[in-house]
Design a protein. Structure first.
Ligand code: HEM
Length: 359
């Protein structure tokens, strides 16, 4: 019987709880008539997703890898902070805990980047800095739509830094590494500029996202693995490649439709990146990350493709509905996005259980 590493489970529990509340809040924001649970839950959707769920998950993965006790504090603060953000509104306790979590995340990445100073660790470090900066500005009263590119930068730099590390087998040339650095620079410049000139910042971010897609075509191992003979490797490759496609689409939409601060186009531009890229990358990385965190392997099930197809198809419907101003279709697209995510959680739990029961 396999031995489960139980220590990270309570931290994981908070992250999943934050995700479930974030999903509920997402439905409220889409216009489904459901109980509001608390007065501020709907407005806490973004912070719950970005910090309560992904902030906890990403810092937890690092804490397990580096194994220093204090590193478990940021995932705990992120999970708790996410929940307090909509449970107790009058005090900014939740946002303060989330900001402290991102400060801790930056501390973890500082340790990592010092141990190995390389392009990928510096990229991930900048991602954490973007998370902290976005949270600080939000705590100081900036609107989420004003700081949204900082939260995007957090996730995109963390994930692309990780992809750069995992693609080292392809040995990106010096020139390709400079290109990667240049794209990250344009992206960060756009993120900072967006605070003062949203139109210009959005355009710069758009260009950087399109370049990232093209950079991945040549340098990310995912594209080479789309026809790999091992089913799990092939499945992971599809998750990642589709994620890069959405990133490129997101870049194109930023350039075509410009800055958005609310409404259906805001919904589309955010979620092609957050669902199309980030959630697809999570689907793809889960079979690598969960075994590392919990100490047990995840066995590939062909049914994994169901959640993947549903995720991308429903996102395409939602984005189409956003631009065509079809409210009901948009609501269904968003609901099916959530069904895909819940299927993913159920399948992951199922395959972990299966591994545990195997001799
Ligand atoms: C899975 C299903 C999801 C649904 C149904 C959903 C729904 C929504 C809706 C309806 C909005 C408001 C858009 C508008 O103002 O018109 C929104 C905003 C937002 N979403 Fe999502 N979302 C989902 C997933 C995600 C994910 C995975 C992330 C992050 C990784 C995310 C992050 C955000 C953020 C940051 C905002 C902006 C919040 C604000 O301005 O207050 N969402 N979401």
């Amino acid at each position: 019987m396999m031995k489960l590493n139980r220590f990270p489970i309570p931290f994981l529990f908070f992250a999943i709880l934050a995700l479930l509340f974030a999903l509920w809040a997402g439905l409220l924001r889409l216009g489904w008539s459901l109980p509001a649970l608390t007065p501020s839950l709907a407005m806490a959707h973004g912070p719950l997703m970005i910090s309560g769920f992904l902030g906890a998950l990403i810092t937890l993965e690092r804490a397990v890898a580096i194994r220093q006790k204090w590193m478990y504090l940021p995932p705990l603060l992120a999970g708790l902070g996410g929940l307090l953000t909509f449970l107790i509104k009058p005090l900014p306790l939740g946002p303060i805990l989330l900001t402290l979590a991102s400060l801790g995340g930056l501390g973890i990445l500082t340790v990592m980047a010092r141990r190995e100073t390389a392009l990928h660790t510096v990229t991930m470090w900048l991602g954490m800095l973007a998370w902290l900066t976005g949270n600080l500005l939000w705590l100081l009263g900036w609107q989420i739509s004003q700081i949204i590119f900082f939260w995007q930068a957090y996730l995109i730099l963390t994930i692309t830094g990780e992809r750069l590390e995992l693609s080292r087998v392809l040995r990106p040339t010096q020139l390709q590494q400079y290109l990667f650095g240049g794209i990250a620079f344009i992206f960060l410049a756009g993120t900072i500029v967006s605070l003062f000139n949203l139109k210009l910042g959005t355009a710069l971010v758009g260009v950087a996202l399109i370049f990232t897609f093209f950079w991945s075509l040549r340098n990310d191992i995912a594209w080479k693995n789309l026809k790999h003979k091992l089913p799990l490797t092939r499945y992971i490759a599809w998750c990642l490649a589709l994620g890069f496609v959405w990133l490129g689409i997101g870049g194109g939409l930023n350039l075509m439709f410009g800055a958005q601060v609310a409404g259906p186009r805001y919904d589309a531009i955010l979620h092609v990146v957050f669902i199309g890229f980030v959630i697809s990358m999570i689907f793809g990385h889960a079979p690598i990350i969960f075994p590392a965190v919990l100490g047990i392997p995840i066995h590939f099930q062909p049914a994994f493709y169901l959640q993947l197809i549903l995720l991308h198809a429903s996102l395409a419907v939602r984005a189409f509905a956003d631009y065509a101003n079809l409210q009901t279709l948009r609501m269904w697209g968003g609901l099916l996005n959530e069904v895909a995510i819940l299927m993913f959680i159920a399948m992951t739990v199922y395959s972990i259980r299966k591994s545990l029961l195997e001799k």
